[in-house]
Design a protein around this ligand. Structure first.
Ligand code: 13P
Ligand code: SF4
Length: 306
């Protein structure tokens, strides 16, 4: 039996489902029961009836699923699949930062550890960040972390002055304005679709800025025939599957690579998905006291995103 059949067989036997982020390899997206952005993965994890969730993404996504569904077994194919953005915000340093800014509401991007979420008032993803920030008074004192590019973008579009934690994603920071400008000259008819984790100089050259899901939706609705895509290149698989008549051009990274991949996301392989289902390991476990705090801002986000 090939690996795909073996995975499907195990899934049935064990009442398991596979969830995958848009940044996963095509083969993993194609065997997943659900493929989505960070928000959709959290929403599905909160309501699935399955006994086992295999979270094909990075560690914070598994943690979020476990916090939302503590009675379920949450498996990840590779525990080394971390996130540079989550790593850029150690919980003890973030706690000190919060102390330095008393009376501020703490808004954290979902790309954080459970310990950082436990210090947070409301979690956001790139899909709902602006809408959730908009629920606060225009002059409300807010700390936004850890992604300073996303925070800066929201400050720009809302006219706010949120205090930003200085964290970033190493993948999105690798997109460079000069390389994008050259690509735009080559394809002047192609709208530029950009993830808000990119630098301001890149965002400024873009026709649309949004989450992976929003980028996908935009490409579907637009009359344009081709698009320049400025985010992790895994999303191109879904774009080409959904809109085969359109052309999607990945923006190059600053080091000249034709497209930009997240080395953490790409640690997951079909073989590791099979192994983790077979062995029911590695499992994601979250300290109970931390989980009890962290679940509150995640549930608040889900409530505000209905
Ligand atoms: P979204 O899934 O919200 O688009 O975020 C992308 C990302 O960097 C996930 O790690
Ligand atoms: Fe983290 Fe960036 Fe990879 Fe997303 S693309 S998982 S933010 S390192």
């Amino acid at each position: 039996m090939d690996l795909v059949n073996k995975i499907n067989e195990l899934k049935k036997q064990k009442n398991a489902i596979i969830m995958a982020h848009y940044y996963q390899d095509a083969a993993i997206q194609d065997i997943a029961d659900y493929v989505g952005d960070s928000l959709a993965l959290a929403q599905w994890a909160a309501k699935t009836e399955a006994a086992i969730i295999v979270m094909c993404g990075v560690h914070f996504m598994g943690e979020t699923a476990k916090i939302l569904s503590p009675q379920k077994r949450v498996l990840v194919p590779d525990t080394a699949a971390g996130c540079s953005l989550a790593d850029s915000c150690p919980a003890d340093e973030f706690a000190a930062f919060i102390k330095e800014h008393p009376n501020h509401t703490v808004i954290s991007y979902v790309n954080t550890t459970a310990a950082v979420k436990a210090l947070t008032d409301v979690v956001v993803t790139s899909t709902n960040a602006k809408a959730i920030v908009d629920t606060f008074e225009p002059d409300a004192p807010i700390i936004f972390g850890p992604d300073h590019n996303l925070g800066n973008y929201i400050n720009e579009v809302t006219g706010r002055k949120m205090v930003l934690w200085n964290g970033a994603c190493h993948v999105h920071e690798k997109f460079a304005a000069d390389k994008l400008k050259a690509l735009k000259e080559q394809y002047p008819d192609a709208p530029v679709l950009t993830h808000p984790e990119c630098k301001q100089s890149v965002v400024e050259l873009s026709d649309f800025v949004g989450s992976t899901q929003a980028i996908l939706n935009y490409a579907g609705k637009s009359d344009a025939k081709r698009f320049i895509v400025v985010t992790e290149s895994g999303i191109l698989h879904k774009m080409r599957q959904q809109y085969p008549e359109k052309e999607f051009i990945p923006a190059p990274s600053v080091d000249g690579a034709a497209c930009n991949e997240c080395n953490y996301m790409r640690l997951n392989t079909l073989q590791k998905v099979y192994d983790c289902l077979l062995n029911e390991s590695p499992q994601v476990l979250v300290d109970e006291a931390v989980a009890q705090q962290a679940v509150k801002p995640i549930l608040r986000m889900l409530e505000l995103s209905k």
